[in-house]
Design a protein around this ligand. Structure first.
Ligand code: IFM
Length: 657
């Protein structure tokens, strides 16, 4: 019987060295360690990250303009904690004969067995059991067992932490950027030269010469600790391991989803949930990088991905983690207030991509212009309140809700048509700087209403709330009366349709092959936009159907944030087979490397999207008037679905069959 909590190399569609590093990476919300080879090869990209630990460098624009983002922020790749120097009877020229990898997702432990041999045939088995501790988040723990397979003799082993030196990649891909950082080093303290962030380490390093008989095993445990403060608890491997198992047991009790009928999907969804649990920041100062703590893609930045794609999973199953992810936004609110001021607007405008809260997107049409992030954040606060009932947290955060509403009332304006929001980019990054993007207006309206509601609740009966009410009531939505479809924005329908027929397969994703100016001229979508708004709000199915049929054929799904959302819409429309296809793609996207860049790190938003596909889609979860309701939208391939939700502190087990 397949154990669908165990991931092995056989589950991967692409077993390149860097793919393995990403998919078997381990993280605990603070530290992330890629599963690199103990004896790295040319293609290896060993990485250790500390969530939120970045270096900044000035952005050099050919042509600068007022208010452009000033600095890059790049999560620093710190050390290679997995490398080992091995020699057999003085010979260190070892080759890798085989490797076996087993990730036990149920317990949060990775076991790898490597067989290395010398040119004259002496073989050793190097077994590595490792985990990033969820009990002590400063710690990465390894247990190493070395066995002489076919000889008796000397084995030299040296284990240290190797600082990373980065080579600039020559490959053109704007989605990844590596920087070389010469950390300033003093004692056990490392500091970034520009951002001036410090961390401290406590590493067990060793160098041993073993005299070993054939068949005999030697075992070592090794703890690597990385912390922002120079304070380390005394920890022991076995205790940490026990705690790890216990923490994962609790995690799965609250968050597991059982799928009957499709073993690959079962494993795929568990793999996704496993990574979601691992990479979420827990301290209120770090968040969820677009690639988790598993790779350098998107420089470790936090986007709206967290609020719209990831938080539903956390809110419904791990509310404490949800709260700390939201608290991160509270903590960067001052930066968002500064940003709004810089742009001459009221209130707060959150950065499109950031680590420390400052805008770091050097390309504003697909960056700062995605002002919908303000409303995405507020939407997540509202969902958190609905599901957890934690009104106190929202009241503490009322300033954030009000400040985002203030931004909308100053950024938009009243016209004959109503309240309009111009000069924005919606979720679809292949259409930029438009007026009245439907998704943005809908989300802004929701943001404004929530602020009004909260203001009334807090008895802050002020004129501002009346203004917000007016903006929301009169929000303008562009609609095409002939086609009876929702306009993605004011001009989308006037554009020429992208020539899909004559676009060769190898020219996707379009962003790697066409200038943005060309892409923006056409009706072509990178990702779900209007259809995403329809997932978040209650819209009549006939309308969803017409919009789906119009926009889906124009959508390239070049962004990994797309398919899961179309899948949820397809479920809502009763198009079960289609929903299943979309869901399947989302569930195994990284396992099968469907986007072709799992080497850069996991596609975290899509992983959250796969949860949405199952729970919002197949289980038809809705939450209205304080009550959840579900519906059986299961495709024929799935016989039953069981999951647990935590609603207002109470666990509810739901079975759909
Ligand atoms: O936030 C997303 C965006 O919507 C599409 N491009 C990638 C970003 C990070 O995942």
């Amino acid at each position: 019987m397949i154990n669908d909590f165990i991931l092995t190399l056989d589950d991967l569609g692409n077993t390149s060295v860097q793919n393995i590093e990403t998919l078997f990476a381990q993280a605990n919300g603070a530290i992330g360690v890629r599963a690199s080879l103990p004896m790295p090869v040319k293609e290896s990209n060993p990485c250790t990250f500390l969530n939120g630990f970045y270096e900044s460098n000035e952005i050099n624009y050919g042509e600068n303009a007022y208010g452009y983002a000033k600095n890059h922020q790049t999560m620093v790749n710190l050390f290679d904690l997995r490398s080992v120097e091995l020699a057999i009877d003085g010979d260190d020229n070892l080759s890798l004969c085989s490797m076996n990898v087993e990730l036990d997702m149920k317990r949060g432990i990775l076991t790898e067995i490597f067989i290395y041999k010398t040119a004259d045939g002496k073989k050793i088995e190097y077994e590595l059991e490792s985990f990033t501790s969820h009990f002590n988040r400063n710690t990465y723990a390894q247990k190493i067992r070395i066995r002489a397979i076919n000889f008796s003799g000397k084995i030299q082993i040296t284990k240290k932490a190797i600082p990373i030196s980065v080579e600039e990649s020559l490959e053109f891909d704007p989605r990844i950027k590596k920087i070389s950082v010469n950390l300033l080093h003093e004692g056990n303290k490392f500091t970034t030269p520009n951002s001036c962030l410090s961390l401290h380490v406590r590493f067990d390093t060793f160098s041993e010469e073993l005299l070993i008989d054939e068949g005999e095993t030697s075992t070592f445990t090794q703890l690597y600790q990385i912390s922002r403060e120079n304070k380390f608890d005394s920890v022991h491997y076995d205790e940490l391991k026990e705690q790890q198992i216990e923490i994962f047991k609790n995690f799965w009790e609250s968050s597991d989803i059982e799928i009957e009928g499709d073993a690959q999907l079962q494993k795929g969804i568990r793999f996704n949930l496993y990574h979601l649990f691992n990479s979420a920041g827990r301290d209120g100062f770090s968040n969820f990088c677009a690639k988790g703590l598993t790779g350098e893609g998107y420089e470790g930045h936090y986007f709206w991905d967290t609020e719209i794609y990831l938080l539903p999973f956390f809110i419904y199953t791990q509310p404490e983690i949800a709260k700390s992810l939201l608290t991160y936004r509270t903590n960067i609110l001052p930066k968002a207030q500064d940003r709004a001021k810089e742009l001459g607007m009221n209130g707060a405008l959150f950065a499109w991509r950031t680590i420390n809260g400052e805008e770091t997107s050097a390309y504003y049409p697909a960056g700062t212009a995605q002002v919908h992030i303000n409303a995405d954040i507020t939407y997540a606060f509202e969902l958190y309140e609905k599901v957890t009932g934690d009104a106190e947290f929202i009241e503490i955060n009322s300033e954030l809700i009000f400040e985002t509403a203030r931004f909308w009332s100053s950024y938009g304006f009243f016209s004959k048509r109503g309240f309009e929001i111009h000069g924005v980019t919606g979720p679809d990054e292949y259409t930029a700087l438009v007026n009245n993007n439907y998704y943005t207006n809908k989300m802004a309206q929701n943001n404004l209403y929530y602020a009004v509601q909260l203001s009334n609740r807090l008895n802050e009966n002020n004129d501002e709330a009346k203004l917000w009410q007016r903006c929301a009531d009169q929000m303008y939505f562009s609609f095409d009366e002939t086609l009876m479809i929702t306009n993605q924005d004011d001009t989308f329908l006037s554009k020429e349709i992208w020539d899909f027929e004559n676009t060769p397969e190898e020219n996707y994703p379009l962003l790697l092959h066409y200038h943005p100016m060309i892409i923006y001229k056409y009706q072509v979508l990178k990702q779900a936009d209007t259809i995403l708004a329809h997932m978040l709000f209650d819209v009549p199915v006939e309308q969803v159907a017409r919009d789906f049929d119009f926009y889906e054929p124009l959508t390239t799904h070049d962004s990994s944030l797309s398919k899961a959302v179309y899948g949820v819409a397809a479920s809502k429309l009763g198009r079960k087979e289609l929903a299943y296809q979309f869901f399947k793609e989302a569930a195994i996207m990284d396992l099968e490397d469907h986007q072709g860049n799992a080497s850069h790190g996991i596609h975290a938003a899509n992983m959250g999207g796969s949860w949405l596909g199952l729970i919002y889609g197949f289980a038809g979860l809705t939450f209205t008037n304080g009550e959840i309701s579900v519906k059986n939208n299961l495709p024929k391939e799935i016989k039953s679905l069981s999951f647990t939700l935590t609603i207002k502190g109470e666990k509810k087990k739901i079975i759909i069959k």
